[in-house]
Design a protein around this ligand. Structure first.
Ligand code: PA5
Length: 430
């Protein structure tokens, strides 16, 4: 089985002819992408990562094994593209980390994705007196948020374990030559992995940026890259059944018809961070030159009790893209109750997933009726292989979609503005 796109929920607003015409144009953009003749082609090294990363898998797994054997906790330090991919996969595979039944698993914490004193204090307090590892990830090696977190946690580690041990507990993932983190890594002799020059942060989940933390968390990176390779073989080809061509075409046609916001929704809360990763991928890739669908997300059915009213009856500017998971990984039956005071006996004996599926079906019907076009991404189940498919599917769709918009999907000139102000306000020496 494979991941599939179903856009029948958009057909109130689109015609087959429109989709065919837009797909023809999109195929031209795919060709440019594959030939390296489109905008930002210096940053298309991610296209071959499903295959290339398999050659590095052994080294990554060895490092992960070593880290897991020497501590029960690893702190992943990074932000943006150096953070969201690994968090998305790890949380998708185990969203209830704090509720782990046996509490035996290796714990993964994240830091450096904000500058909150309260957040950092809590991470430091949790780690107090414990032996832990740090994986510090930064392509530029100069990003403020992870640099501050690394400075604080490295000091804490130095105060906890003998000086000679510290470097064994730190692994850096950074540029081969440039940046403060590379300099520090070389000086201190940390084990390190390189982020390829031709892969931008938000496209880097299949490099050690994503694969090392995912392996440390105990997940199967071979299945993840294998899934991505499977999707690559379906989406790098010039054919109309290519799901990335379909998705990129449909969302752009809807955008041209005034649907300015795409909301990625899930009915499995452990996919929350997949949406966070997707938001960065599409937001940072497409939001430029005054263009681009605004990517947002909702966890359903939770948010039906908050955003549901707006989706159903607010401004008609939304596209809803549903991550629709066919089978859960576990089974839970709704019990019978003799008193039936809650009136739920009509669903007693049925699986919770059946109720969830009906909620999804009913919601999609209501939203389509309310003039919200719905794109469904059918995912057989949440495991490494299907997540690999999903990540690659979104990456290549985003590149094609950016080319349809006429922008460079691989740069991010706008992210410097806040940094320049912050540095000036902090009085950073020039
Ligand atoms: O996608 C991007 O380029 C950004 O989100 C970066 O990943 C983010 O700013 C972190 O940068 P760095 O890895 O250089 O610390």
């Amino acid at each position: 089985m494979n991941l599939k796109i179903d856009y029948t929920g958009c057909m109130n607003l689109l015609s087959r002819d429109e989709i065919n015409m837009q797909s023809e144009e999109a195929l031209g953009h795919l060709k440019k992408l594959m030939e390296g003749s489109g905008k930002g082609s210096d940053f298309t090294g991610w296209i071959d990562l499903p295959e290339k990363s398999q050659t590095q898998a052994g080294k990554i797994k060895n490092a992960a094994r070593r880290l897991r054997s020497q501590a029960d906790i690893t702190v992943i330090i990074g932000i943006g593209g150096s953070y969201l991919g690994s968090r998305a996969v790890i949380e998708a595979l185990d969203s209830c980390m704090p509720l782990r039944a046996d509490d035996q698993g290796h714990k993964v914490l994240f830091a450096g994705q904000n500058i909150s004193e309260d957040y950092m204090s809590r991470v430091a307090a949790y780690l107090a007196g414990k032996v832990f590892n740090i994986i510090v990830i930064s392509k530029s090696g100069t990003t403020t948020e992870p640099a501050i977190a690394f400075r604080i946690l490295k000091k804490q580690l130095e105060e906890t374990i003998p000086a000679a041990e510290v470097k064994k507990h730190i692994v850096a993932v950074t540029d081969a030559e440039k940046g403060a983190l590379r300099k520090l890594t070389d000086r201190e002799g940390y084990d390190s992995f390189i982020i390829p020059d031709d892969v931008g942060g938000r496209y880097s989940v299949l490099t050690p940026v994503g694969l090392l933390p995912i392996a440390v968390a105990g997940y199967d990176i071979d299945s993840l890259t294998g899934g991505a390779a499977e999707m690559a073989s379906r989406t790098r080809d010039n054919n109309n059944a290519n799901p990335a061509i379909v998705y990129a075409s449909v969302r752009n046609l809807l955008y041209k018809k005034g649907k300015y916001i795409e909301m990625l929704v899930n009915y499995e809360p452990h996919l929350h961070y997949i949406a966070e990763w997707w938001k960065q991928l599409f937001g940072e890739s497409e939001g430029k030159e005054g263009k681009g669908l605004f990517p947002t997300a909702a966890d359903l059915t939770t948010d039906l009790h908050s955003l549901g009213q707006y989706i159903q009856e607010g401004e008609r500017i939304l596209i809803e893209t549903v991550l629709s998971v066919a089978s859960p990984s576990t089974e839970m039956i709704i019990p019978h109750d003799a008193d039936n005071l809650d009136g739920l006996n009509y669903i007693a004996g049925r699986r919770l997933s059946e109720v969830n599926a009906k909620a999804e079906e009913g919601t999609i019907m209501a939203h389509i009726k309310g003039a919200v076009p719905v794109i469904k991404i059918n995912i057989p189940r949440v495991n490494e292989a299907y997540l690999g498919q999903l990540l690659y599917f979104f990456e290549i769709s985003c590149a094609i979609s950016g080319y349809i918009l006429g922008i460079n999907p691989f740069d991010q000139p706008g992210v410097e503005a806040y940094k320049n102000n912050m540095f000036r306000l902090l009085g950073r020496p020039s």
